[in-house]
Design a protein around this ligand. Structure first.
Ligand code: ADP
Ligand code: ZN
Length: 707
């Protein structure tokens, strides 16, 4: 059965190999064992139940808590040719009724349902009538009261499963791995704990970076400009910060959107939609944004301030690079962030223990930005992994910047602050140090201080940045409140006493996350047009990774196109020609670009590469192969091959109608069409005996038009 699973991976999803964990999970599930799968975001959890759903008879139920994701998942499945549907509160009861009826008739391989549905007795009764071999539980940590988003209705899942007549296999999936949560999941769903498959939490395509003491808004502006064509998310702590950054970037002509709880539902939905459609490249948002978004081509996630804890950080940062391509996750840090986060925690009036917990978690987050060892390893160790190795990608692993000693300048700044009475903000301090002639400086008679103008060889912007740096390193503290005042910390006092030296690294260079490639940009356009026609987000047509593979291999035949990572049979048939056309033209214009297609998929051996797929089917059909033979030989589904034949017939080619529709059925089909009309197949099918298939009805209709 695993062989079949692999064939399906290729045929539907266009991937040649399973990722770590997927194969083990699928094997257990196909052996009928209850299983728990724990994989990081982007690890490829969906395929772990989608492929068994194809292999097993009947319909797989998927419990999923996020309404928006459900629709995306179903759309994505339909795109690759897997019949699926969902049931949640966005549908009317008539629609739900209809879907359940179709499900009973075997029209779907997967049915997604929201957990709240399980509270309805009537709904449970309906489920009992479905042949369910497998129940997959997505975001399974919602079952645990230890988890960060406990959902009471998840507790009903077990009860529901008990009532299903076929004793389905259970597969629980989550990206949250703490031992308590894991135990809860296994206990409440009766999963033997040895059937837990945990893959490492490392995200091999993410480069974590921490920047301290930089001018954050200048950094962001430069970064977004450098990566203008890429999708990115910038998280800021408050609505005010979001609005402010958004305006700043918008005024620079950057393609930016925003998202926070202060906007209307409609505005938010609109911004989110435009981000998904690649109409907006970068979205500035509070942490309200991102739940239920599985856009795979997010190339960077920047945190404008320190995140509140490691769990939230890894979840938010993890939205980058789901497609497996190199992506960056940057935290911009200044020491005053710690006070803001502490303040936010204190304001929540939590129970003492809980508050204490939160403060510890904040401390750990601060340790993250200060660690000098590998950032990815730090994260993994936080989540309990032991044997971690330096990732070689993060800003600590790759830091080759030189440090220079700046103790003297630091002393100048700190002593100036003391002389000014530690009652002012960054700007005024910088003005005094650089010898500004500003009115306030004169009024306060700061021009008489011995430190006035001692850094006059620098601009006040440079000095401000230096103050930020000293703040981030905790030599300077910042008070809370609307007018933050800087003061010299104990650590700073040690510098003044000459007991501590201060070292500073050179500034971090802003780089492009991905290289520019003319063809990639062009294919991205093609993808956008196709997506608009199909009314789905571009990443659902093909991921960035798939486009990159096209740029690398430059496929110009159908067969070569099928060998591209992420191209399955249905997508090749539907969209292949648009991309092949663009690539062919590009190759003509750029003969220097070498084509690298080597790998040719074995499942889809075709005789003549240049021929359209339906014509190849037709040729085999004429040689006397049955539909079943052709599907097997070509690795296509029966429906696809049947579709090919009907297309050939409607293009005027000869087919043996008597073989496609047994003669005696024709009058029955005709009667049914007379009775209910020919707009929809379903009502026609309902008029007819079981053995008359949808295909026969379709064939009959084609026959009528060509004869
Ligand atoms: P998760 O639910 O774990 O966050 P998804 O199921 O959304 O992850 O998968 C993330 C991405 O990885 C998707 O774009 C998916 O197509 C891709 N993917 C999944 N399995 C494979 C595989 N075996 N080979 C290549 N890409 C894969
Ligand atoms: Zn590292």
């Amino acid at each position: 059965m695993l062989g079949q699973a692999k064939d399906y991976l290729r045929q539907y999803f266009g991937y040649n190999t399973f990722r770590t964990g997927q194969e083990d999970i699928i094997r257990l599930v196909l052996e009928g064992k209850h299983t728990a799968g724990i994989m990081p975001t982007g690890g490829g959890k969906s395929i772990c139940y989608q492929i068994p759903a194809l292999v097993l008879p009947g319909i797989t139920l998927v419990i999923s808590p996020l309404i928006s994701l459900m629709k995306d998942q179903v759309d994505a499945l339909l795109q690759v040719g897997i019949p699926a549907a969902y049931i949640n509160s966005s549908l009317s009861s008539a629609e739900i009724h209809q879907i359940l009826m179709e499900a009973r008739e075997g029209e779907y391989k997967l049915l997604y349902i929201a957990p709240e549905r399980l509270e309805s007795f009537a709904f449970l009764e309906e489920l009992k009538q479905l042949p369910v071999p497998l129940v997959a539980i997505d975001e399974a940590h919602c079952i645990s009261q230890w988890g960060h988003d406990f959902r009471p209705s998840y507790l009903r899942i077990e009860q529901m499963i008990q009532q299903l007549p076929d004793q389905p296999t259970i597969l629980a999936l989550t990206a949250t791995a703490t031992p308590e949560v894991r135990r809860d999941i296994c206990e409440s769903l009766h999963i033997p704990s040895e059937n837990t498959i945990i893959t490492g939490f490392e995200r091999e395509n993410l480069a974590f970076k921490v920047l301290k003491g930089e001018d954050r808004s200048a950094f962001i502006e430069q970064y977004v400009k450098k990566n203008a064509a890429e999708s990115g998310i910038i998280y800021a702590a408050t609505r005010k910060d979001v609005d402010h950054l958004y305006e700043q970037l918008r005024k620079k002509g950057l393609n930016v959107g925003r998202y926070h709880a202060g906007m209307s539902d409609r505005e938010r939905a609109d911004q989110q939609e435009r981000f998904l459609q690649d109409d907006i490249s970068v979205i500035v948002a509070t942490n309200a944004f991102g739940m239920g978004i599985n856009k795979s081509n997010v190339r960077y996630v920047i945190h404008y301030q320190l995140p509140k804890n490691m769990e939230s950080y890894y979840q938010e940062a993890g939205r980058a690079g789901r497609d497996g391509l190199d992506s960056e996750c940057v935290v911009l840090f200044s020491a005053q962030d710690v006070q803001i986060q502490r303040f936010l925690i204190e304001q929540q009036h939590l129970h003492v223990n809980r508050q204490h917990q939160e403060l510890i978690r904040l401390r750990q987050m601060v340790d993250y930005v200060h660690t000098e060892s590998c950032l990815q390893s730090f994260i993994l160790q936080y989540f309990g992994e032991i044997d971690t190795k330096p990732c070689g990608r993060c800003s600590n692993c790759t830091d080759e910047r030189q440090s220079v000693e700046v103790t003297k300048e630091a002393q100048m700044v700190l002593s100036c602050m003391i002389r000014m009475g530690e009652r002012f903000g960054k700007t005024l301090i910088a003005q005094v140090l650089t010898g500004s002639n500003n009115k306030k400086v004169r009024e306060m008679r700061f021009d008489e201080l011995s430190t006035y103008g001692i850094l006059s060889d620098q601009t006040s912007k440079d000095v401000s940045e230096f103050i930020d740096f000293l703040t981030s390193e905790d030599y300077i503290g910042v008070t809370q409140g609307p007018y933050p005042v800087l003061y010299v910390t104990n650590k700073g006092k040690e510098v003044l006493r000459g007991n501590t030296a201060v070292w500073r690294k050179e500034r971090m260079q802003v780089k492009q996350v991905v290289r520019d490639d003319e063809l990639f940009n062009h294919l991205r356009e093609v993808r956008k047009q196709v997506a608009a026609k199909e009314n789905v987000p571009p990443f659902m047509i093909f991921s960035d990774q798939t486009l990159h593979d096209m740029c690398l291999k430059l496929p110009i035949t159908d067969e070569e196109f099928l060998s591209i990572k992420g191209v399955g049979v249905q997508k090749q048939e539907r969209y292949g020609r648009f991309f092949i056309q663009a690539i062919t033209r590009f190759c003509e214009q750029h003969p220097e670009r070498e084509r690298k297609v080597t790998e040719v998929s074995s499942v889809n051996k075709v005789k003549k590469e240049t021929e359209a797929s339906h014509l190849i089917t037709y040729e085999m059909y004429q040689q006397g192969h049955t539909i079943a033979d052709i599907s097997r030989e070509r690795g296509l589904s029966n429906q696809t091959v049947e579709g090919h034949l009907l297309r050939c017939a409607s293009e005027g080619m000869d087919v043996n109608w008597n073989e496609l529709i047994p003669k005696q059925y024709e009058p029955l089909i005709e009667q049914a069409i007379q009775a209910v009309g020919a707009e929809k197949l379903k009502p026609i099918k309902e008029q007819l005996p079981e053995e008359i298939s949808y295909f026969m009805i379709k064939a009959y209709m084609v026959k009528k038009t060509v004869q």
